[in-house]
Write a protein that binds this ligand. Structure first.
Ligand code: PGA
Length: 247
């Protein structure tokens, strides 16, 4: 039985002082039914970590570099994240692929490096609207998953979380239907099954893209959807309604 996981992706929102306020607002989120994670901007990691200490809420980052340390101006290393109390890291979000030249190759390197540091990667995959319209959404996602997991053992694969986020649903208010989301999450599990056999049943797959307090319950009830990666709605009290949607 896979434990559901609801993660907030705060993106580039909240200054350190604003982040403290938001963390205080959300720190009584119910962690009894699912894993709850706040993926916050790098500069907010330390102050938010202080606020959620002892609550059971996990601390996450939104990116990291694939080297331990060195001359990489502006980057954050996994070693820094671990020392700051981080346990999860989003890797390969579509915004990073689109605006910051993240590739399937760098995603794979980052996943391996994160695992080396015992960070739990939340790996994002998803198709663009044109790809869906051309009927190649499955091909795109199969390829992203295969390249992300290249060279990763079954024992490590089990630790990874995948977030299926159709690009056309991110921040648009245009959520995938329960069936559309399930269909792709099922296909992701099929690919994982081809790669790892039965282990695929243990890998958690989230849906992300315009999840809110109203549509979460339907999505989370689907057989292959193990929770959500939440953007906009993770910045408000509504995030608790989303967590409450986990049955
Ligand atoms: P959204 O973002 O919930 O605002 O659509 C989701 C995400 O990009 O992780």
């Amino acid at each position: 039985m896979r434990k559901k996981i609801v993660a907030g992706n705060w993106k580039m929102n909240k200054t350190p002082s604003e982040a403290i306020e938001l963390a205080k607002l959300l720190k009584d989120s119910d962690t009894s039914k699912c894993d709850v994670v706040f993926c916050v901007p790098a500069i907010d990691i330390i102050p938010v970590g202080e606020v959620i200490k002892g609550t059971g809420i996990g601390l996450g980052a939104q990116n990291m570099y694939f080297e331990d340390e060195g001359a990489y101006t502006g980057e954050i290393s996994p070693k820094m994240l671990v020392d700051a109390g981080v346990s999860y890291v989003i890797i390969g979000h579509s915004e990073r692929r689109q605006y910051f030249a993240e590739t399937d190759e760098s995603v794979n390197k980052k996943i391996k490096k994160a695992l080396e540091y015992k960070l739990i990667p939340i790996v994002c995959v998803g198709e663009a609207l044109e790809e869906r319209e051309k009927g190649i959404a499955f091909e795109k996602i199969r390829m992203q998953v295969k390249l992300a997991f290249e060279g990763i053992s079954a024992a490590d694969a089990e630790k990874i979380i995948i977030a299926y986020e159709p690009i056309w649903a991110i921040g648009t208010g245009k959520v995938a239907t329960d069936d559309q989301a399930q269909e792709v999450c099922k296909e992701i599990r099929n690919v994982l099954n081809e790669l790892y056999g039965g282990v695929s049943e243990n890998i958690r797959i989230q849906y992300g893209g315009s999840v809110n307090g109203k549509n979460a319950a339907g999505l989370f009830a689907m057989a292959d959807i193990d929770g959500g990666l939440i953007g906009g709605a993770s910045l408000k009290d509504e995030f608790k309604d989303i967590i409450a949607s986990v049955k």
